[in-house]
Design a protein around this ligand. Structure first.
Ligand SMILES: [Zn+2]
Length: 111
């Protein structure tokens, strides 16, 4: 259990892209886009370390969101390759350096 805003998990968009090879299964328009999210654990809102990446698929024409098996195979393959290419930004490791450095500084300052 976590206390919101004190510690817990959150996610941020790290990549947006249009999926060229895919058509929307609902309206059949070639207007599918996706966001790749980086999920992370945080302490006081500062990211400690990244956990995993996830994605959301949406049709820009009919605004339908697709999850799991509803995502067409060609779109899923394209997204999987782009998801691998989307690196994890350094900002998701800031807390891993900041908190220990602050603790060591306080110990050196007061002891
Ligand atoms: Zn659509």
């Amino acid at each position: 259990m976590s206390i919101p805003y004190l510690w817990g998990t959150d996610k941020k968009i790290i990549s947006n892209f249009s999926s060229e090879p895919g058509y929307c299964p609902k309206c059949e328009e070639k207007a599918v886009s996706a966001h790749v999210y980086q999920q992370y654990n945080h302490l006081l809102g500062i990211p400690l370390y990244p956990t995993n990446k996830a994605y959301k698929v949406r049709c820009r024409h009919c605004s339908t969101h697709f999850y799991g098996e509803a995502i067409p195979d060609e779109v899923r393959d394209y997204i999987a390759s782009r998801k691998r290419e989307a690196g994890t930004p350094v900002m998701f490791f800031v807390g891993s350096v900041l908190y220990p450095a602050t603790l060591i500084s306080l110990i050196l300052l007061f002891f």
